[in-house]
Design a protein around this ligand. Structure first.
Ligand code: GDG
Length: 545
């Protein structure tokens, strides 16, 4: 893939690319000045790379998922060490050898990586039984009554010997790594797998700067009553070991603050967005995650993507509805099929002229519920194709492969992009689509995706459970006047330009490093000083929307 500077190639530069460069420059400067010799230590379940054997040689590939792509943006701006769980046998071997640490290149920048290496049973309990089967569902409003979740002996053991144990392994590894640092490091801990690490670190390092960022939704306090008291209290009190607790949007910040009051009885300053814990004040802030438009546009223009795009274009009917999502029940793909079927029934004039193209990489297929979900997706799509299709017209086409270039090729060519998640921390696809799309396509967006805060005004917002409303949105999107489509597309791009992934990283570090020392209120004060080259003029406006 070409790098950011090469993506600038033609002049004048795409304003998105210019904004990304300016915000990246501001991040780099902040790292240089603000970190002041401190090391940045990142921890997440999945790391930036995974090692495997190919033809007897050690090879490495990028770790999967939006989180890895997002955090990788920080690399290159400062000295970074990233700790993750071993995902492959080779990762585990590296964890046991080389002092557990390797130096790798990610996005052309070097960083140190090390792995914690839980036993297979510990990891299954931590990841499958607690993180995914309990926390993921709870936080995505997916309830499966009458028996899920049930804290029987097995789930209590999974909590103690899996979730708590693996969090402890992370905390111990992080402590060993940094105990000889002259200045206390900056710890950035990521996501729902590692809620306990901040509190464990705080006990060891009273003066460290600790931040946790939750990549998924944080629901209101009643949802947390699904967990037995000691478990939910442990999660909350350990998170409050942070200096800053971060979420994607204001709604989750408010939910967290209210949860502190209602479940822990702690005093909270709602105006300052602070929880008072003894003599400490914990900041609770929102940082909407984003994308790197420069890297994305470079990929969208690559020969690989163009090749796939040509195939899509050769087969497509005049109108294309696209959905890009892991086969996760939270992404609500099944309901979009049903809504599409209802749309075809209500407005038969669209038959033969439209196709729904699903790019749906398989997810968590070791879990029965996820396998059943895929079976049902395939059955429903097949039934709709049999009952509604005609010779020469297939209403739904699906690709279940893990194929990121194909996803980008499809996103370049949608007339309608549908993101109808039941709940979604942010949803990066909703931001990637408008950046690469060439047809000023319309965006149908769930009112329960974090992205709705920034993109809602320029989208057709739907309730994810409402099939009739979603069918209506398909019709409205496909019949939108060209001028309206162009306005909406431009407004979506403007929202993304103002807040690229570099600003997401910048604002968190600003709140952690600069705001407390200066008495400044927080990242809303983000003002880049000088910026690099062509980006200079637009940048100062962009980052202060
Ligand atoms: C979690 C939160 C939050 C698409 N097809 C393939 C592929 N993709 C890319 C997408 C996008 C990423 O994967 C998925 O990110 P999302 O944000 O849409 O969803 P989650 O995976 O659930 O991410 C979410 C995010 O964390 C970041 O904080 O926004 O709310 O749930 O970039 O284009 N990637 C690969 N193969 C594909 O076939 N490798």
């Amino acid at each position: 893939m070409r790098n950011v500077e090469e993506a600038l190639g033609a002049s004048p530069p795409d304003p998105m690319v210019a904004a990304a460069l300016a915000q990246r420059a501001a991040l780099k400067r902040l790292c240089g000045e603000g970190l002041d010799g401190r090391r940045l230590i990142i921890a997440s379940n999945r790391g930036p790379v995974e090692f495997f054997e190919r033809d007897g040689q050690v090879a490495q590939r990028k770790g999967q998922g939006g989180l890895v792509t997002a955090i990788s943006a920080m690399i290159g701006s400062c000295e970074t060490h990233w700790v993750a769980a071993a995902m492959t046998p080779l990762d585990a071997r590296i964890a046991r050898q080389h002092g557990g640490r390797v130096h790798v290149e990610v996005n052309g920048h070097g960083l140190d990586v090390s792995f914690v290496n839980p036993t297979r049973t510990q990891y299954a309990r931590f990841y499958d039984q607690v993180s995914n089967a309990v926390l993921w569902f709870l936080q995505h409003n997916i309830t499966n009554p009458p028996i899920h979740p049930t804290f029987d002996q097995s789930l209590w053991e999974a909590w103690e010997d899996g979730y708590v144990a693996v969090n402890r392994l992370f905390a111990e590894h992080l402590a060993t790594l940094t105990e000889h640092d002259d200045v206390p490091p900056v710890f950035m801990i990521h996501d729902y797998h590692l809620y306990l690490v901040p509190g464990m670190l705080r006990q060891r390092f009273p003066n460290a700067l600790i931040q946790h960022f939750t990549h998924i939704a944080w629901p209101a306090s009643d949802a947390w009553r699904q967990l037995p008291g000691p478990i939910r209290e442990s999660i909350m009190t350990h998170l409050l070991g942070c200096d800053v607790v971060g979420f994607h949007c204001k709604r989750y910040v408010n939910n967290f603050l209210t949860t502190c009051v209602e479940l822990l009885g702690l005093p909270v300053d709602f105006e300052a967005r602070e929880v008072i814990v003894g003599d400490r004040r914990v900041q609770v802030r929102h940082y909407p995650i984003s994308i790197d438009p420069a890297a994305l546009l470079a990929l969208a223009d690559s020969p690989t993507v163009r090749r796939i795009e040509a195939k899509i274009m050769a087969k497509r009917p005049p109108h294309l509805i696209v959905q890009v999502a892991r086969t996760d029940p939270s992404k609500n793909i099944l309901r979009s099929f049903h809504a599409y079927e209802h749309f075809l029934d209500q407005w038969p004039e669209w038959r033969g002229r439209v196709q729904m193209l699903g790019l749906l990489p398989l997810s968590r297929q070791t879990t029965e519920l996820y396998k059943e979900y895929v079976d049902e997706l395939l059955q429903v799509a097949d039934r709709i194709n049999r009952e509604s299709g005609e010779p020469g017209w297939q209403p739904i086409a699906l690709f279940l492969e893990n194929d990121y270039p194909r996803a980008i090729a499809a996103l370049k060519n949608y007339d309608v992009l549908v993101v109808n998640s039941i709940a979604d921390g942010m949803n990066l696809v909703a931001k990637e689509g408008p950046v690469v799309n060439r047809r000023a396509g319309a965006l149908i967006l769930s009112e329960s995706a974090g992205a709705v805060d920034e993109l809602g005004e320029a989208s057709l917002v739907v309730n994810p459970f409402d099939l009739v409303g979603t069918a209506q949105a398909f019709h409205d999107a496909l019949t939108m006047r060209p001028a309206e489509r162009s306005w909406a597309h431009a407004a979506q791009r403007e929202a993304i330009r103002a807040n690229t992934i570099y600003r997401w990283a910048h604002d968190q570090l600003y709140d952690l490093l600069v705001a407390p020392a200066s008495g400044m209120p927080g990242a809303v004060t983000f003002i880049p000083a000088t910026v690099e080259g062509a980006a200079a003029t637009s940048a100062t406006e962009e980052v202060n929307p």
